[in-house]
Write a protein that binds this ligand. Structure first.
Ligand SMILES: Nc1ncnc2c1ncn2[C@@H]1O[C@H](COP(=O)(O)OP(=O)(O)OP(=O)(O)O)[C@@H](O)[C@H]1O
Ligand SMILES: [Mg+2]
Length: 326
């Protein structure tokens, strides 16, 4: 195992390895903290809920943080990490080109757009494509799908798998599915997913949609801060998993229209600055006048130029547009 792999693995040590006593580990598990990682990212307020004093909480958190490693990375190690970034095909070469070869591993890619713009269709397609071998644009791995709106459809996976030449019965077995009932449940699922990811060889993590529960549960100004803190924690958990397992992380997001002084009603993704800053690549999808054709725009990315391209959604899945549609 390379030095980097050892360091990455170390972040996922069990609570017991911190030598804090089994009673304390049990207490922490009861409030949803089950790994060193979870503890390192907790706040003292959260631990106080388990009857732990502020002082003890601080000590526990800093102990966990000191074991999380890789807080500071040497420049050359960063180069090595970048070199191990993989790319997953979307099924459309136009979209892949916009993304400089496909969706990157080790970071979060966000698709946002109005209903029917193709966000969930792309997620389904990626669950199939990730299973392809690298020479066909896949990562030869499985997918984890966290569904918050009950829109995952196995029939769709069968159609798409058949189209790329995979056995549908086998392809469906390589998708691990979980429905999240509330935002807390959604966070809980992700926080406890490292075992599932390891055991199933998962290389793609999908959250469809990232924001719907948060948006409907946290209403009004007074709740905004708490919502943003939770979203921040959730997104950081996702980044850590994507890095630790060299996996692709994809989230979807709805839009809302906000009155804009100069441009009339402007379309904005939900989630404010937190989601904007933690999604590394944001892609805005919109419908076109040409039926199955969709327009994708790279809105922000640390290393890609802004650009626009088109693809289509058909029974076969996500694909390039026909000559007539171009
Ligand atoms: N079997 C299919 N054959 C062809 N097109 C399909 C098929 N299934 C879905 N579509 C297309 O995909 C669209 C739905 O896209 P999708 O569910 O990805 O939207 P979304 O962006 O996730 O919307 P929402 O915000 O409601 O979740 C349909 O309107 C249709 O145009
Ligand atoms: Mg959807």
């Amino acid at each position: 195992m390379s030095e980097e792999a050892v360091l990455r693995k170390k972040r996922y040590e069990r609570l017991e390895d911190l030598n804090i006593g089994s009673a304390m580990c049990k207490k922490l598990r009861e409030i949803g903290i089950s790994t060193v990682e979870n503890l390192g990212m907790a706040t003292d307020k959260e631990l106080e809920k388990a009857g732990i004093s502020k002082k003890a909480a601080r000590e526990l958190i800093s102990k966990a943080r000191s074991c999380m490693t890789l807080q500071f990375i040497r420049g050359d190690e960063l180069v090595k990490m970048r070199q191990s970034v993989l790319r997953l095909t979307t099924g459309s070469s136009m979209l892949d080109n916009l993304l400089n070869g496909g969706i990157e591993s080790q970071s979060i890619t966000e698709f946002y757009g109005e209903y029917g713009s193709g966000k969930s269709q792309i997620c389904h397609q990626l669950c199939v494509n990730v299973q392809l071998p690298p020479e066909e644009g896949g990562l030869g791995g499985a997918a984890l799908y966290i569904d918050t709106e009950n829109t995952f459809r196995t029939e769709r996976i069968f159609q798409m798998a058949q189209n790329v030449g995979l056995d549908p019965e086998e392809a469906i077995k390589k998708i691990i599915f979980a429905e999240a009932y509330t935002s807390d449940h959604q966070m809980f699922l992700l926080e406890n997913s490292d075992k599932v990811i390891k055991e199933n060889g998962i290389r793609l993590i999908v959250i469809d949609s990232l924001t719907s529960h948060f948006r409907s549960e946290y209403l009004g100004r007074e709740m905004l801060q708490e919502r943003q803190q939770k979203l921040n924690k959730h997104m950081h958990m996702l980044i850590r998993l994507a890095r630790a397992f060299n996996a692709v992380a994809v989230v979807t997001n709805q839009v809302m229209s906000k009155p804009d002084v100069f441009f009339g009603d402007a379309i904005h993704p939900v989630g404010g600055h937190i989601v904007a800053h933690t999604s590394h690549t944001r892609i805005f999808l919109r419908k076109s006048a040409r039926g199955p054709v969709r327009i994708a725009r790279i809105v922000s990315s640390p290393h890609l130029p802004e650009g626009e391209g088109i693809f289509r959604i058909s029974e076969r899945g996500i694909e390039d547009t026909t000559e007539m549609e171009k």
